[in-house]
Design a protein around this ligand. Structure first.
Ligand SMILES: Cc1cc2nc3c(=O)[nH]c(=O)nc-3n(C[C@H](O)[C@H](O)[C@H](O)COP(=O)(O)OP(=O)(O)OC[C@H]3O[C@@H](n4cnc5c(N)ncnc54)[C@H](O)[C@@H]3O)c2cc1C
Length: 535
């Protein structure tokens, strides 16, 4: 059975799937953070588990989030103590287990006369937040200090700001790392394989039809339990079993600008002047990200979500309101990205008729005819979500009561990397992003690969290794999700395409015609969904 993404893994797995008269313990549909987390928890329990993803790993919402690993202060202000407590605990666990991949980030929230929340209300909420984390972290600064660390910040009655700490990650690398840990314990994850139908016997889901998206071939596979972890797409498969629409897709978009255009070294949280929504400007992978919006997403879910011209204007308006002298314009934007959040309404209420204020903010787990559907939630709480899924799956698997053993998700990488002289932060990052594979990346590097890609925090060696060993099927997998060059570099990384070609083409084994085809595909994805739409 294929266990890792070596050169021939896809053909090998497909042969196994077609030939197999075996039954899987669990098949997970959806290769975002939720599916990856379930694969991790199932494989550590010795279950024979397969995850399939219709596009690329993390192609859905899990590569398009704000990338914050946070307790969700907003949920606390809405009285959701349980969700905030769970998220704060999971945040701490990720910081402890995956340094370099999940790093602390300071946040500041400025106060202006007449605004709510004011200093006292905000600090009260932070006291509860810190209590959940078992620490006292938040700190108030007066106006002079705020102006020194946020030069150019809007005055307009500014009297101070509170600073607190949450964390930040690279969301698609988080998915890859969790998949890698699961594979280490026997889990199997395959991208570009779609669940095109469910197989039912006696009103029970006993398997599914899997389609190899690139070849169009399909076959049936059987499982003791099928988990539908398809996020915003969850109603689709569940719709085969129950006539109910519970998920409402809401789009959130971000812009990415070069760090020299906005003077923030920590995340700035503020209320948008138009509608009072909380919005953020924050450093990420050497650039600055601004977002997000929150809008009903009515477009076809099969296509990538993209930012609209109105959303660009809204985000720029918010940033320029906070930094009036910066005068950020569309020309400053390097790239954009949009994700679709699955918002779940109350039971018995059709998702389209839901009042957004009634929407649940935590995850839900439903069971219909033996298929377990999980949707909603956050990146931050993926482990807790996976445990809930395992608890629901337990009876189908006859494994007794499933307990949360609180075992590590991420194995520690203790040995110092050999063959490269990195600073402590760079070494921590490489180990955090790639776990036990970090040394392999250095060992696999060719001359010139151990330099940094201009404008990014990646070594060229990471690009080479991902092309060779991380199940890359298309150039967009490599530039948008294995690395984030598509979000961080001008023209989505096309400015570096010649050097990328010399490294990636031989590793992927593509001839010139295929390379050209992939570049054209990438150009079209980038210009339609990751660039700046015309005003
Ligand atoms: C704008 C925005 C900002 C956010 N910011 C944060 C944040 O800062 N911190 C945080 O903790 N959370 C954040 N979130 C929430 C977080 O991103 C999501 O909760 C999380 O990514 C959902 O992961 P998922 O695996 O459930 O869904 P997804 O990542 O969407 O994965 C579902 C996958 O299922 C696949 N799929 C669908 N149908 C099929 C099929 N038939 N066969 C095979 N595969 C299929 C899809 O292709 C998709 O890749 C944010 C969300 C949004 C939209």
């Amino acid at each position: 059975m294929v266990k890792s993404w070596n050169k021939d893994w896809r053909a090998g797995l497909w042969t196994d799937l077609k030939a197999a008269d075996t039954e899987w313990d669990m098949i997970i549909i959806g290769g975002g953070i939720t599916g990856a987390g379930v694969l991790r928890e199932a494989s550590r329990r010795g279950l024979k588990t397969l995850l399939i993803e219709q596009k690329d790993f993390a192609w859905g919402t899990s590569s398009r989030s704000s990338k914050m690993v946070h307790g969700g202060l907003r949920y606390l202000t809405q009285g959701d103590f349980k969700l905030t407590h769970e998220a704060v605990v999971e945040r701490q666990r990720m910081l402890d287990e995956a340094p370099g991949l999940v790093e602390p980030m300071k946040y500041v929230y400025p106060f202006r006369k007449g605004d709510f929340p004011n200093r006292w209300a905000f600090n009260f909420v932070l006291r509860v937040y810190d209590f959940f984390a078992g620490r006292r972290d938040y700190r108030y600064f007066g106006k002079g200090m705020v102006e020194s660390f946020l030069p150019g910040i809007l005055d307009n009655g500014l009297y101070g700001a509170t600073q607190y700490t949450d964390a930040v990650t690279d969301d698609s690398r988080l998915v890859m790392r969790v998949l890698q840990e699961a594979q280490g314990e026997g889990g199997i994850a395959a991208n570009y394989m779609k669940a095109s139908d469910l197989v039912r016997e006696n009103d029970k889901v006993v398997g599914l039809t899997v389609e190899d998206v690139d070849s169009g071939e399909s076959c049936q596979v059987r499982a003791k339990v099928v988990v539908n972890a398809t996020g915003a797409w969850a109603d689709r498969l569940r719709g085969n079993l129950i006539d109910e629409k519970r998920v409402r897709p809401l789009r959130g978009s971000h812009i990415v600008v070069p760090s020299w255009r906005l003077p923030v070294h920590q995340a700035l949280a503020y209320q948008h002047p138009k509608d009072g929504r909380f919005t953020f400007i924050y450093p990420w992978e050497g650039a600055i990200v601004v977002g997000t919006t929150d809008l009903d997403h009515k477009e076809n879910l099969d296509l990538e979500a993209g930012i609209t011209a109105e959303e660009v204007d809204y985000i720029l308006e918010g940033a320029n309101n906070q930094f009036p002298k910066v005068k950020l314009t569309r020309e400053d934007i390097l790239n954009t990205y949009s994700g679709v959040r699955p918002i779940v309404g109350k039971e018995g209420v059709d998702a389209d008729k839901m009042n957004p204020s009634d929407a649940r903010r935590d995850h839900v787990v439903w069971s219909n005819d033996g298929m377990i559907t999980v949707t909603g939630g956050k990146l931050t709480t993926f482990r807790a979500i996976a445990i809930d899924v395992m608890k629901a799956a337990g009876p189908h698997l006859h494994i007794g009561k499933v307990e949360d053993t609180k075992d590590r998700v991420f194995a520690p990488v203790l040995k110092k990397l050999k063959g490269i002289a990195l600073g402590p932060a760079q070494e921590r990052r490489l180990k955090g992003f790639y776990g036990s594979a970090a040394q392999g990346i250095i060992d696999y590097a060719k001359p010139g690969d151990l330099g940094y890609i201009p404008g990014a925090m990646n070594l060229w060696a990471e690009l080479r290794w991902s092309a060779a060993y991380e199940a890359v099927s298309h150039l967009d997998d490599l530039l948008l999700r294995r690395t984030r060059l598509g979000l961080l570099l001008a023209e989505g990384g096309l400015c570096q395409i010649d050097r990328i070609k010399t490294i990636a083409q031989p590793e992927l084994g593509w001839d010139d015609a295929r390379w050209q085809q992939e570049v054209e595909r990438y150009q079209s994805i980038w210009s339609e969904k990751y660039s700046v739409p015309a005003a």
